[in-house]
Design a protein around this ligand. Sequence first.
Ligand SMILES: [Zn+2]
Length: 366
Amino acid sequence: MAITIPVVWSDACLLHDPGGEVFVGVRTPGTEVAERALEIRRALEGAGAPFVDAAPHDDGAVLAVHDKRLVEFLSGAWDAWQASGLEADPGQDRVVPYVFHLPGVTSGRVPLEPAATWARTGLYAYDTMTLIGPGTWSAARAATDAALTAADLAASSRAAYACCRPPGHHATRATYGGSCYLNNAAIAAQRLRDGGFGRVAVLDIDAHHGNGTQEIFWERPDVFTGSVHVDPEAGWFPHFLGLGDEVGGEGAPGANLNVPLRPGAADDEWLAAVSSLCVAAAAHGVAAIVVALGVDAAGGDPESPLDVSEAGFREAGRLLGGLGVPTVVVQEGGYDLAAIGGLVLATLQGIEQGIEEGQRVGEQRG
Ligand SMILES: [Zn+2]
């Protein structure tokens, strides 16, 4: 089945080579690689999808979501690391933290901006597995341009897909982690708000909790956030949050919905959770949605214990498209290189089907 949803692409997203990750102090190969995007591209080209180049957007759209200090740190982190000679001594070819500022360190007071380059990273990174190399900033910034371009396209039509990396949903307003640097889906959602959509939603079907997006919009009644993910209480990233009792801040009660699932959960449980996100978003009166599309909930993915099928992703797409509002799809996780292209294609086909079915219902009623 051919698809007509425009696919936004930037070659710059391929420039990010994290060089693996540091997990429990050990450098391991890592799975967030450029081949992911190329595999998706191959599958979507095979289905005749129209490709659109990501249009450059100025920093204002990024700073509408992220703290200026995080953006300044990320944009200069690699150059500062190189200038400090850390590649030669002690021989670390990626930016990685070695100390972290946790609130208890300064009893809640604002910490010093560390003078040492190797210490400054710990003000912004919340884990050791999200490494920065020479192409990281260019790719992360290009991913935001892809998400913004998709938001602009969807606002004037019905749907668009940003085929981008690195992913974004674990990045908060002022911190990065979880292989994410800038929160592409949140930036797209804010773009929709600034473009005149009164209420919007970010619906996150990645296997892991969209903790960054949740925190960015925690006090925002105008942006509903929902996430279905493997239960952090069963030992999964992001470990510190992602439970069902996190329903939004004091200023936005009911504007966040988490549906944590047990490891091993398959299509029935997962689709019921996706459906509950759709129902809640509709009840919130959203006029547009951003789908944070990770496909790592698929059975066989190396990064999650969920067991969703390709048919499950197609059906999830149908449910999301059935909301009948402009839909921006932003790529998040998905690490099974043999399956990722087919899973994304199936989801986008489902979204198209859901949109078309919704239009037919509308015409019959009209
Ligand atoms: Zn994930």
